[in-house]
Design a protein around this ligand. Structure first.
Ligand SMILES: Nc1ncnc2c1ncn2[C@@H]1O[C@H](COP(=O)(O)OP(=O)(O)OP(=O)(O)O)[C@@H](O)[C@H]1O
Ligand SMILES: [Mg+2]
Length: 432
């Protein structure tokens, strides 16, 4: 049996039998251990390793506080520890909506005992934290370690994206004005213009009335203050680098009024650029392969991790990121784009993100609408209903049900403890 070849007491998820025979356990990460028996004192058995070398759509579900973000962090720790040859071919980008992944940099000194029970030790993980340029001070005040700032290139926003950013409708006079001005700017300045150029052009416009012009200028000035959109924009190569994990912290835009569209546009533009770039590089790789050379290119396979994914891929609303991410979901495998989505509300998530996932990891779920939403997944090798699995799951945190389409197997596991500090610990009124 091929499974034995990867080592005694180890099981691999996410990797087909064919790949297992070829690559053994190279390019995998240690996710946790199999649950042998539940009850008061759950007994754990062999290790569960997860494939990190091929594109996947991983969906992580579970009710609030049961370990979704924690499991994401464990996956990120493993991404950083995969063998150097594989690591150089991978590039990881994390969309951090809550502002918790920076603590991957700090070793988990809180849980030395817990880690030693698993034969593990606290260790830092090398991640690059990037924040919107205009919010650098916010992070510095909070003493959060930041490695760099990013901005979006103004000319990469099409008129429709500006509309979505400002939550405006095409029928509004201001939207008509903005679309006209953007067209003019493209003709006169090409791809090198910023918000101040848009404002100057609006001032010169003589087709709109003064009120409309002033309204649009005010909105653009507000956008200028976000420090997110600039003439130059950060190059995608500075964000996505081979062998690196980059955390894009967008948590500072969390509740600010008028900024609802900012996170959406960040994910939409990044996702779009990465998709286009990977499509091009994939061709370059294929040509090399045809010529008998190694399948190498300067653009690695990309894994995008999105916590609170229902915000970007909602079921009943339109969003800019949704369109882009649906492309990742539907055709991302071919150009080498992986997604790891976490949500506590699968019922609010676009159904394609559920039906297309090949690795389903679910912590405890109790809400019926959410359990029903993942019901679409029910593969033929699943022999009982979801609620039965959840009923048999130990109540403590970190346990998860895994449905793996690659091996057509179902596992109940406990995710291993984090090597790095957990900044997502549930808030408490106690000081210690
Ligand atoms: N595998 C695990 N081992 C040990 N503790 C865990 C594990 N998973 C989760 N926990 C504990 O549960 C807490 C909550 O986990 P986490 O922040 O990942 O929840 P969540 O599902 O992301 O919740 P939310 O929906 O609120 O974002 C963690 O801070 C940690 O203390
Ligand atoms: Mg979370």
């Amino acid at each position: 049996m091929a499974i034995k070849e990867i080592g005694k007491g180890e099981n691999l998820i996410g990797r087909s039998l064919k790949d297992l025979e070829k690559y053994k356990k190279e390019g995998t990460g240690y996710l946790g251990k199999v649950l042998m028996s539940s009850g008061e004192r759950p007994v754990l058995g062999s290790k569960i390793l997860i494939d990190l070398a091929k594109p996947h759509l991983v969906l992580i579900c579970g009710k609030r506080g049961y370990g979704k973000s924690y499991t994401m962090a464990v996956l990120l720790e493993e991404m950083a520890r995969v063998s150097p040859a594989v690591r150089q071919r991978l590039s990881v980008i994390v969309i951090d909506t809550v502002g918790i992944f920076w603590s991957l940099k700090i070793p988990n000194k809180e849980n030395v005992k817990g880690l030693s029970d698993w034969d593990l030790k606290p260790a830092p993980t090398n991640v690059k934290i990037m924040v919107p340029k205009g919010k650098l001070d916010f992070y510095k005040e909070k003493e959060i370690p930041v490695d760099g700032a990013f901005t979006l290139k103004a000319s990469e926003l099409e008129a429709g994206e500006w509309m979505a950013l400002f939550r405006m409708k095409w029928s509004e006079p201001a939207a008509v004005l903005l679309a006209r001005v953007i067209e003019n700017l493209k003709e006169t300045l090409g791809t090198y213009y910023g918000i101040s150029d848009i404002i100057s052009m609006i001032k010169k416009d003589n087709e709109s009335d003064e009120n409309t012009k002033q309204y649009m200028i005010n909105r653009l000035k507000a956008a200028q203050a976000w420090g997110l959109i600039e003439k130059q924009g950060t190059k995608i190569r500075d964000i996505v680098q081979p062998g690196k994990i980059t955390v894009i912290d967008v948590s500072s835009y969390r509740q600010a009024i008028g900024m609802e569209g900012t996170k959406d546009i960040i994910v939409a533009l990044l996702g779009k650029r990465l998709f286009e770039d990977r499509m091009l590089f994939r061709k370059e790789e294929e040509i090399k392969l045809i010529k008998g050379e190694k399948r190498e290119s300067s653009m690695p396979i990309v894994w995008m991790f999105i916590d609170e994914a229902h915000m970007f891929m909602p079921k009943d609303e339109d969003s800019l990121a949704l369109k882009v991410l649906l492309e990742w979901v539907r055709v991302g495998r071919q150009p080498g784009l992986s997604l790891v989505l976490a949500t506590q509300r699968p019922n609010k998530l676009h159904p394609d993100a559920i039906s297309q996932c090949d690795l389903f990891i679910s912590h405890r779920m109790t809400a019926k609408p959410d359990i029903d939403a993942v019901g679409a997944l029910r593969p033929s090798y699943m022999h009982q209903d979801f609620d039965k699995y959840f009923a048999g799951m130990p109540r403590s945190k970190g346990f998860a049900l895994i449905i793996d389409d690659n091996t057509e197997k179902i596992w109940m596991i406990k995710v291993r403890p984090r090597l790095s500090w957990d900044a997502g610990v549930t808030a408490s009124a106690f000081l210690k």
